[in-house]
Design a protein around this ligand. Structure first.
Ligand code: GTP
Ligand code: MG
Length: 172
């Protein structure tokens, strides 16, 4: 019997960048712990979704974007094989997004930047050129299932599962 491959991918990003939306788009059965907030919702614990493709089980965790939930991000990040930094391409890059990018570089975790909300006229993806070192940057809309699946699966294909002993890729 062929061995099953398992990957853990964690999505980081500032408040309202679209992390929960992306996970809902790629997995209709995904789970979310959210609270009401200013006419919408905000993640107060985590999001969890799954994709299964060619014998590979990809577990995707979304983190809370509010800065005060740092402790939750640290717990969710434990043992991740790769990370996606989701950035709202309709606004300027903020300090918190820079902090997340620096932390992921320091943790030496493979990560990719998704510039989100590129479906909208207000998106300006060009302004992010050179903002994330050598990390790959991809334009997406978290509301477009095909785009999100392609982007996540292509990234997952570049990852090697880690030994999940709880000591890898922490402190983001
Ligand atoms: N037009 C457009 N709107 C989007 C897109 N992705 C997310 N949104 C909207 O952006 C808002 C915030 O989306 P969420 O998915 O809740 O953002 P989040 O990153 O999970 O936010 P926190 O959990 O609070 O950090 C919602 O109103 C979404 O509908 C997108 O690709 N295009
Ligand atoms: Mg959320």
């Amino acid at each position: 019997m062929a061995a099953e491959r398992k990957l853990k991918i964690v999505i980081f990003g500032a408040f309202g960048a679209g992390k929960t939306t992306l996970i809902k788009t790629i997995d209709a059965e995904s789970k979310h712990i959210e609270a009401n907030c200013a006419g919408g919702t905000t993640t107060v614990a985590l999001d969890f979704g799954r994709i299964q493709k060619d014998g590979c089980h990809i577990h995707i965790f979304g983190t809370p974007g509010q800065e005060r939930f740092e402790f939750a991000r640290e717990i969710i990040a434990t043992g991740m094989d790769g990370a996606i930094l989701l950035v709202d391409a309709t606004s300027q890059i903020d300090d918190f997004t820079r902090h997340l990018s620096d932390s992921l570089h320091e943790a030496k975790v493979p990560f990719i930047v998704f510039l989100n909300k590129c479906d909208g006229a207000g998106a300006n993806p060009e302004m992010f050129c050179g903002q994330f070192g050598l990390s790959e940057i991809r334009k997406v809309s978290a509301k477009d299932r095909r785009q999100c699946m392609d982007a996540v699966l292509q990234f997952a294909g570049t990852l090697t599962p880690q030994c999940h002993n709880g000591h890898t890729h922490n402190n983001v």
